[in-house]
Design a protein around this ligand. Sequence first.
Ligand code: DX5
Ligand code: ZN
Length: 206
Amino acid sequence: MKISVSILNLKEKNRIKEIELHRPDYIHIDVMDGIFVDNISCLYNDIKNYLNDYNYDVHLMVDDVKKYIDEFKLINPKYITFHVETNNVDDNINYLKKLGIKVGLAINPNTDIKLLLPYLDKIDLVLVMSVQAGYGGQEFIMDSIDRINTLYKYRIKNNLSYKISVDGGINDKTIKYVENADIVVSGSYVINNSDIDSALNVLRGV
Ligand code: DX5
Ligand code: ZN
């Protein structure tokens, strides 16, 4: 199980360097434009000076996906994930491939998972939102478990290779529900923990 520690609000940006010292597998950067979600976070000019050379997992909760791809490609991210609920999904998948950046598609809790079907053989990661996109510190939505397991079975049945990542409300209590995920994104549970190493180990199951 790989861990991606989410940085959402700008007060956390000062802690990115500190968190990277604990070697999470990824740092998850939650980018919000105030249009796709009614919150603004981690805009490129606000966050760029706090980033180093790390495994960045950029989560775009934005309307104008291409604009933000063109900004965040500059930090040489491992993944850029955008939402399947946006327009021009195919074009943006192809654009990321051309840039050589791994492609993630995120899906909100109340979006029918069938919306992903046309893309699953083209992408590197599915980000199953287990909270409503827009804010950290929300409760894990239990329906997410079925969605993860459906994607897990579909991947085997169709011999596909996308990674399954789950994002939101992941902590010591909910980690047991998401064992079929490859990556878990966790914000408040890790960041607010006085012992970051032990929080990471709990999520890793060690
Ligand atoms: C929500 C973000 C999540 C969130 C995770 O829109 O995409 O990454 O910040 O934070 P926690 O782990 O606190 O739910
Ligand atoms: Zn996120």
